[in-house]
Design a protein around this ligand. Structure first.
Ligand SMILES: NC(=O)c1ccc[n+]([C@@H]2O[C@H](COP(=O)([O-])OP(=O)(O)OC[C@H]3O[C@@H](n4cnc5c(N)ncnc54)[C@H](OP(=O)(O)O)[C@@H]3O)[C@@H](O)[C@H]2O)c1
Length: 177
């Protein structure tokens, strides 16, 4: 099977995604969207999430591993200790190879900035689920600009929570000419 990778990210108007290894905003509607997108399956199997070591450590201990999903942490640290059932890989390519041998439906790359940057160069990336936060926050981590290899395929209505407007956008890789 050829793995297809999907990115899930929330970014502000300046592509800011984080500050001090935390999300700069709290938007329950976006958390719910993330939860259902990455958890729901059609065939009763499970999805995989691929996460950078820093983002993993930013998830509160009681909420990790992300339940009902195969969790794969990327780190170069060979002595990194992960909880039982969580896989550790030392490159995106090795995560894709590992996934090839494990039954799953979809594979979501959930950040952070370093992992997004690398995934955007990976030919297996097919879809970007971007929650666009319609403000600018103070951020020290950013998502790279989405270039013209990808086209906007769907946009939701604008929603608002705690005076923050946001909308869900889906970008798909353009097919080769
Ligand atoms: N808004 C959003 O949707 C969203 C989503 C996720 C995260 N974030 C934010 O993003 C920020 C974290 O991003 P970040 O760039 O600092 O960290 P990160 O991408 O989460 O993790 C970086 C770490 O991943 C490992 N790594 C990176 N590339 C690798 C590779 N090719 N192979 C194996 N391991 C690799 C390294 O771990 P080792 O150092 O252990 O080798 C590296 O230090 C936080 O502020 C977080 O809140 C935002």
């Amino acid at each position: 099977m050829t793995e297809k990778l999907e990115i899930v990210v929330a970014a502000d108007l300046d592509n800011g995604i984080g500050k001090d290894n935390k999300l700069p905003w709290h938007i329950a509607g976006d958390m719910k969207f993330f939860q259902s997108l990455t958890s729901n399956t059609t065939g009763g199997g499970r999805n995989a999430i691929i996460v950078g070591r820093k983002t993993w450590q930013s998830i509160p201990e009681k909420r990790r591993p992300l339940k009902n999903r195969l969790n794969i942490i990327l780190t170069k640290n060979q002595s990194f200790e992960a909880p039982q059932g969580v896989l550790v890989c030392d490159s995106l390519e090795s995560a894709v190879q590992v996934l090839d041998g494990i039954e799953h439906e979809r594979a979501f790359v959930i950040g952070g900035a370093q992992i997004y940057k690398e995934t955007l160069q990976n030919p297996m990336l097919c879809t970007i689920h971007l929650t666009r936060i319609m403000q600018e926050f103070d951020c020290d981590a950013h998502f790279p600009p989405i270039d013209d290899r990808f086209a906007l395929a769907a946009v939701s209505d604008t929603m608002e929570e705690n005076d923050i407007e946001f909308r869900f956008q889906r970008y798909e890789r353009k097919s080769a000419m």
